[in-house]
Design a protein around this ligand. Structure first.
Ligand SMILES: NC(=O)c1ccc[n+]([C@@H]2O[C@H](COP(=O)([O-])OP(=O)(O)OC[C@H]3O[C@@H](n4cnc5c(N)ncnc54)[C@H](O)[C@@H]3O)[C@@H](O)[C@H]2O)c1
Length: 270
């Protein structure tokens, strides 16, 4: 439903790889609510993914940027402000990748070079994004910056591996930079902790289908879909949430507050 919640707002959306990506759904919902934005992804993902299709649908320009490269990010923010015609109201960081997970490394035998890469891509890139935005003074007052995270930052999940450490760091960066950006520019910074969702990044985690069906049963409302996550992102980019900052917001159908659920008891009784 279009409510013009983001009418006239401008932004950057990171991380739309294909139509399953959470960022892809966020882009479509932002467009529906009246926003204009640039789309970005790592150069290799742009070659492999389908982002041009999304760009055509959203009438967006695609600007390549490896989110670990400050040089690329500088170019991205400069060009985005130029193309969109003013400073930015919102930024979505929807980026995650662990070489250790991708290559099936056992947690007791991590490759530490790869672990540093995991941290850089999945967490430190969020700091870099905000630091570039701050230095270029690219955000408008009362702007909103969001990153996507997972509850493995607080609790252990087998096979999530070093991504758990990356998500803990990501959430911590949101709090620290949130305090700074609020003080400097009244910009809010939050993370959304999303239910397991069938995407390229999600399905890279071992036993992901089991993860998903367990979470479905442990969430009184069921797993939150990527579309529902996109709706939540829109609300956080809108002017209706101006005083929400430095939060890790659970978007998980109630999973994080459940000790046991009737659905799981019923299943275990069988
Ligand atoms: N899928 C899930 O179950 C789930 C649950 C909670 C949180 N999340 C988080 O949501 C976010 C989006 O993931 P998704 O599930 O939509 O999967 P996805 O694979 O569609 O998106 C991940 C994106 O990260 C991008 N990326 C990787 N390295 C990059 C780099 N160096 N520079 C720029 N971009 C880079 C990829 O190209 C891809 O577009 C991630 O932060 C992920 O951890 C996912």
């Amino acid at each position: 439903m279009a409510y013009d919640l983001l009418k006239g707002k401008r932004g950057i959306i990171f991380g739309a790889l294909d139509e399953n990506s959470i960022a892809w759904k966020v882009a479509l919902k932002c467009k529906e609510q009246g926003a204009v934005f640039t789309l970005t992804n790592a150069p290799i993902a742009l070659r492999m993914g389908a982002i041009n299709q999304l760009a055509a649908e959203c009438k967006s320009e695609v600007i390549p940027a490896d989110a670990t490269s400050v040089e690329d990010l500088n170019n991205l923010f400069e060009k985005s402000v130029q193309v969109l015609g003013s400073k930015l109201d919102f930024v979505l960081h929807s980026i995650g990748m662990s070489p250790n997970v991708r290559k099936g490394k056992d947690y007791g035998d991590l490759n530490y070079e790869w672990m540093l890469k995991t941290m850089d891509i999945s967490a430190i890139s969020f700091h870099k994004v905000m630091s570039v935005a701050e230095k270029q003074d690219a955000m408008k007052e009362w702007g909103s910056i969001l990153a996507l995270t997972y509850i493995a930052a607080q609790r252990t999940f087998p096979d999530y591996s070093d991504m758990a450490q990356a998500k803990a760091m990501l959430e911590s960066i949101a709090r620290s930079y949130g305090e700074r950006f609020a003080r400097l520019k009244k910009v809010r910074v939050n993370t959304i902790s999303q239910s397991p969702t069938m995407t390229t990044a999600g399905s890279g985690v071992g036993g992901f289908d089991v993860f998903m069906s367990y979470a479905e049963k442990m969430s009184p409302l069921g797993n939150a879909s990527a579309e529902a996550c996109a709706d939540y992102c829109v609300s956080l980019f809108s002017d209706l949430t101006r005083m929400v900052t430095m939060q890790n917001l659970m978007h998980d159908g109630g999973f994080s507050s459940s000790g046991m659920t009737s659905a799981l008891i019923e299943q275990l009784k069988k």
